[in-house]
Design a binder for this molecule. Structure first.
Ligand code: ASP
Ligand code: MG
Length: 489
């Protein structure tokens, strides 16, 4: 019996949830690496997995092919089957490979039946589609569990449509009803706590009250991991990625971007909401009333600390910690002499748009004008909804496309004089016109809206001014450390 196993028997409480995204589950060597990370933990952990990289896209492809009756989905399915079996054969000894192959083949037989049905009838439903897409995680969780067993750990798979992750409606982009989850999950956590195995949970999906599968949106396994961490009352949630953590800007745009060692939840939420793809924006909801520390680590260098996300607000010397950008922004302008003072107008707009699942990113108002900041598709939808509303206060509705929103994020920017001035002057020096500017709405973010054609340049010069040029004060104060030390506010 391994030492690890004995340790688990002595201390069965799970303190950490480890989430592995698709980018850490690419092939047999990365999956093996993920399993070793689990083995090296000093405490008992739970694991949440995404599908093997690229698998959800391929399932989507098979689904669309099945639906377009003339097309052949079998080829995609065959490829997926081979892909999983090859990984299993490379990581498992013969006997265990036999078991794994049986299990995985069972999943493929289910998938084949589902797709055949869709293909024959030529019809589908949101829950059928969700069920097809959920197989990516069912396959990877099963694979991970076999690999953990292979390296000497006991393990058990929990498919997330069977453990009380109840959603309010079937389909995609849904959220878990946390009240119901809190009632349902204790029986599962009791079972887990009574054992000494590593539970492996499927990410990405839950189910409606009637058991129909529902998805949390693309890359939704971060959200699943936060729910599991809540359910198990874990202290730490580590999400492993193929990057080190949050950076001062998107490295695809700014190669000089640097790692941010510590962020507060609010700061990380602003960044993930506005385009940093490191964490899914829904991850905060299930842990908002829990003291769980979140960590992002690079699975290839698991011992090196990435970004730690704490509850406390942490102020850096430069105040701004990162710039994130969304280049798919539109503004819907609602004009009318009464919009500013008529009570309930914003509430009306908000409720009409949320009824149709239109997400407003931000709102800027004056007495005669309300500007809704949205993504382009949401803006077009919102425009139609508001036109159809025929509200007499709305005199004119205009849509402006091709804009970009830059979120300048950092704790303390509201109380620190001069932050906005510095941003303005950096942009003005390069003659970049600010279309909109919003400050004060959040403790930790300033939003700038510029024309899309100016977006890249704006972020480059802001990043340079903040993170690539040594500040004057540094040379004036030689004793001051040149490091990016953070201090708690
Ligand atoms: N497998 C799903 C996707 O690719 C969910 C996830 O990766 O978190 O979107
Ligand atoms: Mg994925």
């Amino acid at each position: 019996m391994s030492k690890q196993f004995l340790r688990y028997q002595a201390k069965p409480k799970i303190t950490r949830v480890l989430k592995f995204g698709g980018s850490c589950l690419k092939d047999s060597s990365s999956i093996h690496q993920a399993a070793l990370i689990v083995k090296e933990q000093k405490e008992r952990v739970a694991v949440v997995v995404s599908a093997v990289q690229g698998v959800t896209d391929l399932l989507l492809d098979a689904y669309h092919r099945a639906l377009e009756q003339g097309k052949n989905y079998q080829g995609t399915l065959h490829y997926l089957r081979q892909k999983h079996l090859i990984i299993a054969s490379e990581l498992l000894a013969l006997k265990r490979f036999g078991l794994a192959s049986e299990k995985l083949s069972g999943f493929f037989a289910d998938l084949d039946r589902l797709l055949k049905g869709i293909n024959l009838v030529g019809e589908t439903s949101p829950s059928l589609k969700a069920r097809v897409l959920s197989y990516g995680e069912r396959l990877s969780a099963s694979l991970m569990s076999f690999v953990l067993e292979e390296i000497g750990l006991k393990s058990r798979v929990y498919e997330s449509d069977r453990i009380g992750l109840i959603v309010d409606r079937p389909g995609d982009e849904v959220s878990v009803n946390l009240e119901k989850f809190d009632r349902n999950f204790p029986s599962i956590s009791k079972e887990i706590e009574g054992g000494s195995f590593i539970p492996v949970f499927t990410g990405y999906f839950g189910c409606a009250e009637n058991g129909q599968v529902a998805l949390f949106g693309r890359n939704g396994s971060d959200y699943s991991a936060a729910i599991i961490a809540r359910g198990l009352k874990a202290e730490v949630l580590i999400t492993y990625k193929d990057v080190n953590g949050f950076l001062t800007a998107d490295p695809a745009l700014i190669p000089q971007a640097k790692l941010i060692p510590v962020l507060s939840r609010d700061e990380a939420a602003e960044l993930s909401y506005f385009g940093a793809k490191v964490l899914h924006p829904k991850i905060w909801d299930p842990i908002s009333d829990r003291k769980i520390t979140l960590e992002i680590r690079n699975y290839e260098q698991p011992k090196i600390s990435g970004t730690i996300i704490t509850l406390k607000s942490v102020r850096s010397e430069k105040i701004i910690k990162s710039f994130s950008i969304n280049r798919n922004i539109s503004v819907l302008r609602i004009e009318g002499p009464g919009v500013g003072y008529k009570p309930g107008i914003i509430g009306l707009i908000g409720s009409k748009l949320s009824e149709k699942d239109v997400n407003i990113l931000s709102v800027l108002t004056s007495q005669t004008c309300i500007n809704l900041i949205l993504t382009k598709t949401s803006a077009e939808k919102a425009y139609q909804i508001l036109i159809e509303l025929k509200e007499p206060t709305f005199k004119k509705l205009t849509l402006e496309h091709n804009l970009a929103l830059i979120a300048c994020v950092g704790a303390g920017l509201r109380e620190t004089p001069g932050v906005a001035e510095k941003i303005f002057s950096v942009l003005a020096r390069e003659k970049i016109n600010l279309e909109f500017f919003s400050s004060g709405a959040s403790e930790v973010a300033i939003y700038l809206i510029v024309k899309n054609q100016d977006a890249l340049k704006s972020i480059q010069i802001l990043h340079r001014a903040y993170f690539e040029v040594e500040r004057l004060e540094r040379t004036e104060k030689p004793n001051k450390e040149a490091s990016d030390d953070n201090f708690v506010v």
